[in-house]
Design a protein around this ligand. Structure first.
Ligand code: SR1
Ligand code: MG
Length: 391
């Protein structure tokens, strides 16, 4: 019996069923010999790779689970995120075709997205940890974000369309995860946090820092209230596939309308983990952050000057004001990401996989210190060199 018609309610697929689904959808030739493996290593979803053994062509079926895999069934999670992700991928693909995979098919009930397989590329975080260098990743991410951010904002879209998208990308459950895990929990002594006892004194000082908490609260306020652009919402290096020549952004299930600096800050923070954990790569990471921000500004300025719908856009100082706002917001958001990935619920392998205990604790303390500085001193930072000097 066909899977799609059989299941009028949700069912988590196994490998055999995922392959059957691919057959049912006529994605492969009728004589295809399919193999299927579940390869998901993220926090939330199942990811099946289905390959035709005859010609080695493959696709991905991604399926949302009704709970957060990283914690277990005790943490229920909306399946609607699969639709949000698929719709965001389609919009981002349209705006930045070189940097986004193609979606072939979606099903809301099964919470699946069938899409292009990017297995010829490497998840950037894993590649960077193993010493790979991607010379174009910063440039590509800068161009990708300039396109998606400008053309989903009030400057690049008709007013009514933008308001419609704000409504469509109402994503309260996934936003709540970010609000708690990035902006709230790491600043208080709550059960979700997770860190080595050697960090306790540093963390206690952080929890006592009222000025830091106020700035974290203000950044959270910006995340809660500013609907500047359609964001990816979780743009860390685990959401990026890369090679020496290609970059693809995946996984926008956290997509929502929010402050532009949030996506920019996630990129900066996740590059920064590498600069801290891998001192040999500091110069390379600084180069990538520099080309990321430069490429963002050049492309954004170009869109601003040539495709702007806002009559005020010609007013002297408007663009300069915005770029400065995005930059300073981004540094603050990057600071929150640095802190939460060190002491919060969800860590990064860049830091956790440092085997030597002393070096790992040292790297984590450095991360907390940089995170704190980013949050507290963001308004005094005016250009990239000031930011890079902190690394
Ligand atoms: C419970 S989800 C934990 C984290 O994984 C996702 O990739 C997001 O970064 C989220 O904060
Ligand atoms: Mg993800």
């Amino acid at each position: 019996m066909p899977l799609l018609t059989q299941h009028i309610t949700y069912k988590a697929l196994n490998e055999k069923e995922a392959a059957e689904l691919a057959v049912e959808l006529n994605i492969f030739q009728p004589n295809a010999e399919l193999s299927c493996t579940e390869i998901g290593d993220g926090n939330l979803n199942l990811v099946f790779r289905i390959t035709n053994q005859i010609d080695n062509k493959s696709i991905i079926i991604k399926q949302a689970l009704p709970y957060a895999k990283v914690v277990g069934e005790s943490w229920p999670l909306t399946l609607k995120r699969a639709t949000i992700e698929a719709e965001a991928l389609k919009i981002f693909k349209n705006l930045s075709p070189d940097f986004v995979p193609e979606v072939y098919y979606t099903d809301e009930t099964l919470a699946i997205t069938v899409m292009e397989d990017l297995s010829h590329l490497t998840i950037a975080r894993n590649g960077l940890i193993s010493g790979e260098e991607y010379p174009l990743i910063g440039k590509h991410l800068g161009e990708y974000l300039a396109n998606t951010i400008f053309y989903t904002s009030d400057y690049g879209l008709d007013q009514g369309k933008k308001k419609g998208l704000v409504r469509d990308f109402h994503n309260p459950e996934l936003c709540k995860i970010t609000e708690d895990l990035i902006f709230t929990d790491p600043f208080y002594d709550v059960e979700n946090n997770n860190f080595e006892c050697e960090l306790k004194d540093t963390v206690d000082n952080l929890w006592k820092n009222e000025e830091l908490k106020l700035e974290a609260a203000l950044l959270k306020k910006s995340f809660l209230t500013e609907t500047e652009s359609l964001l990816h919402g979780d743009l860390h290096t685990g959401s990026v596939f890369a090679s020496k020549t290609e970059t693809k952004v995946i996984d926008p299930e956290f997509a929502f309308y929010g402050p532009v600096g949030f996506d920019i800050g996630q990129v900066i923070a996740n590059f920064t983990f590498q600069a801290i954990s891998n001192p040999n790569k500091k110069a390379y990471i600084a180069e990538q952050i520099e080309s990321f921000w430069n490429e963002f500004q050049v492309n954004y300025t170009n869109h601003w000057n040539n495709h702007n719908k806002e009559p005020h856009s010609h007013v002297k100082g408007y663009l300069t004001f915005l770029l400065k706002k995005y930059f300073q917001d981004a540094i603050g958001f990057a600071g929150c990401e640095l802190i939460r990935r060190t002491i919060g619920l969800s860590h990064v392998a860049d830091l956790d996989k440092i085997r030597d205990d002393k070096s790992r604790i040292h790297a984590k303390k450095a991360t907390l210190e940089i995170g704190e500085k980013f949050i507290l001193q963001r308004k005094q930072m005016h250009d990239l060199q000031e930011l890079i000097s902190y690394l």
